[in-house]
Design a protein around this ligand. Structure first.
Ligand SMILES: [Zn+2]
Length: 292
């Protein structure tokens, strides 16, 4: 009986301690997060952003600082690794992180919670395996893996070629940007942006019931599907488009290509497909065509 009483009293004391300490611990961790967020950014980062990533030139000064802060978070909180002999540098990490975080600039919460590891190769690499089940659906998919510039595995690992990253960043008007492309796939996985659209029912029955995390999922689905079909028709008719032909591969590739085009050829995209442009503007909360 005495033992039971001791146990009960100890339990009450422990619970009381937890309740008393919890707000203090919470405040300490919030203060730590605030302290980290308010640490000054390296001075050379702003210049580096301006020189190396012209796709960020449409941002306001405030947005640029915000972009650099979330880039720093992505650099500090994920595992980065140079592969194939590449030595990782701050320039490499920032060039990747800043372009990736451009996509999540207006989205609340930490950028890309699904990514835990970023592997960077010096040049194109041969994929070890393909995790995106959608890729198996393509009849034209080569049997033997071809060298790639980047790959979002959808299992927390992002693989990129530094050569392709640098080229993509350097030419902001050609509609081709491997970081925007691969991180758009990641965003798609995380927010189910193309779930339930074209071919998805063959992949996973659950995909059809997933709802895209956008303000108006119905309208989003209608526009993305219609734009994808229009691009497929243009490709079949050999008609030029602001969107790269690769977007006709499947709906997931269409979304990744549309994202590259939105940031790199915004005026052409807004002219060719205003509905698609409006949906992407509402998703990314940015209007690159307005300042292009
Ligand atoms: Zn892709």
């Amino acid at each position: 009986m005495d033992r039971l009483l001791v146990l009960l009293v100890s339990g009450v004391v422990i619970l009381a301690a937890i309740f008393t300490l919890r707000p203090i611990l919470l405040r300490l961790s919030q203060r730590d997060a605030l302290r980290k967020a308010s640490q000054p950014l390296p001075r050379q980062w702003v210049a580096l952003l301006h020189q190396s990533i012209p796709a960020t030139r449409h941002l306001t000064d405030e947005q640029r600082v915000q972009l650099l802060r979330s880039s720093r978070d992505l650099i500090r909180t994920r595992r980065w690794e140079g592969s194939g002999g590449l030595i990782l540098t701050e320039v490499i990490q920032l060039t990747i992180a800043a372009q990736a975080c451009l996509l999540t600039l207006a989205m609340p919460g930490e950028p890309f919670p699904g990514v835990r590891e970023i592997l960077v190769y010096p040049r194109t690499f041969v994929p070890r395996h393909v995790c995106d089940p959608r890729k198996w659906l393509q009849a034209s998919e080569p049997q033997r893996p071809l060298p790639l510039e980047g790959e979002a595995w959808g299992n927390g690992v992002m693989v990129l070629s530094w050569e392709a990253v640098r080229e993509g960043a350097r030419n902001p008007g050609d509609g081709s940007n491997v970081v925007l492309h691969e991180f758009a796939h990641e965003l798609d996985y995380e927010r189910h942006l193309t779930a339930g659209l074209e071919l998805a029912e063959f992949v996973d029955g659950a995909a059809a019931t997933m709802v895209p995390s956008v303000p108006d999922p119905e309208e989003w689905r209608r526009v993305i599907q219609a734009s994808y079909e229009r691009l497929s028709e243009r490709i079949a008719a050999h008609t030029a488009s602001a969107l790269n032909e690769y977007g006709g591969t499947n709906i997931a590739e269409f979304f990744a290509v549309a994202t590259e085009t939105f940031f790199e050829k915004p005026v052409q995209l807004a002219r060719e497909d205003p509905d698609l442009y409006a949906q992407l503007r509402s998703l990314y909360q940015q209007d690159p065509a307005a300042v292009a």
